[in-house]
Design a protein around this ligand. Structure first.
Ligand code: FE2
Ligand code: FE2
Length: 215
């Protein structure tokens, strides 16, 4: 059975040209980005979304655009010292970009919902499969070998004692990141999380041993 949404989407194609145009716009928001939320993060989240999306049989076009645009509000959040929520800000910016590029409102609604709910927020939780996948992909990136904060740029190293646990990513892992695997929504997301989690445990064990000089 063809739903109203499928009918509307029959006339719309996410062409390579349109995709390139939106990507170019999204990228502009990362000119001053640093650390773990730079444009490379967006690229990794995009790849993960497609991978999980294929497994979970999600709408890959919605996921593609949601991933590309999910952190475009980040710069404004940083500039406001955290007063602006980048999920909300990004959703508003994305709504505008999508409209200008002629993406149907029905599709834009689905993309915007993903962006709005991709953070740990009690009042805004992912309701659709695509939103759950973006959430999972975004969190998975923070527990991978690439995305994990092995070096914490937000801590003034001169004020910490070397080789204490405050200045290692180990502490961040113990406190926060080790719980991520239990908070994901999709089956495939949880499977990847378990894999990454196991790697992180081994990695930090080794790191600690090297620091202590026992290995
Ligand atoms: Fe984000
Ligand atoms: Fe993100």
């Amino acid at each position: 059975m063809i739903s109203g949404y499928d009918n509307i989407m029959k006339r719309f194609r996410l062409s390579p040209r349109l995709l390139a145009g939106i990507t170019k716009e999204a990228r502009r928001y990362f000119r001053n980005a640093r650390g773990s939320h730079d444009w490379d993060h967006t690229g990794r989240v995009d790849e993960l979304c497609q991978r999980i999306g294929r497994k979970e049989k999600a709408d890959l076009d919605v996921l593609k655009l949601a991933a590309l645009l999910h952190d475009i509000g980040r710069e404004e959040e940083d500039r406001s010292n955290g007063k602006v929520c980048h999920g909300e800000k990004g959703a508003a910016l994305a709504r505008n970009i999508l409209a200008r590029h002629g993406v149907p409102v029905e599709m834009a609604d689905r993309i915007v919902h993903c962006i709005e709910t991709h953070r740990f927020r009690r009042n805004k939780t992912p309701q659709t499969l695509e939103a759950k996948i973006l959430f999972d992909a975004d969190k998975l990136d923070s527990i991978g070998a690439v995305g994990a904060r092995l070096h914490n740029l937000t801590i003034d190293l001169r004020k910490t004692r070397p080789y204490t646990k405050e200045d290692t990513a180990y502490r961040e892992f113990q406190i926060k990141l080790c719980r991520i695997k239990d908070r994901l929504f999709t089956r495939e997301g949880r499977r990847i999380a378990r894999q990454r989690h196991r790697f992180m445990v081994v990695f930090f064990e080794r790191l600690e041993q090297e620091i202590e000089g026992t290995l």
